[in-house]
Design a protein. Sequence first.
Length: 218
Amino acid sequence: MNLVRLFVEYKDYYITGIKITLLLSLLSLIIGTSLGSLLSLFKLSKLKILRLISTFYIELVRGTPIMVQIALVYFGSYVIMGVNMDAFLAALIAVSLNSAAYVAEIIRSGIQSVDKGQWEASRSLGLTNGQTMRYIILPQAVKNILPALGNEFVTLIKETSVASTIGVAELMYTSKIVQSTSYQPFNPLIIVAVTYFIFTFTLSQLIGLLERRLAHND
């Protein structure tokens, strides 16, 4: 009951945190998916330089903590360019770049999971590589990777919590404000944990439903 009372009392803070968390997650997913798609094509390219660029980027991002990446973008923007970057923008850039590396691998594996015979059949029909990728391979690959992309969105929602380290007013930052204001160090964290769980559990169920529908369509 104390948790409900605490949430109601500081609901404006929590609602703001929820909005920023979801906005940051959604925008990061869109940007990360777009960049990740490009990186996956680079990695599958016949040009060695493009494969090297993609591989280096993916390994670098996956091999460093996202908290470090956010700090590098936020503080590095001033050191390198002399610009005091907005905290939300810095978090958006860092989380998007991080997500892109994982999405690139998801899409690459999805494309490679399509039977190679599809390429051969397309060539026999006179389609170019670009047409084959656009009309034959990608539609099948997207169907295979949708569940994994959904799981990436679940991960993104949780990873946005590190944005609180540079002052982005998402859920974790909100809990710190409520902790200092209410003098309750534990209960605000419980509310945030439950909120994250509701988001991720709901999304996981929707992903599971999508997977079952795709399997049924097969």
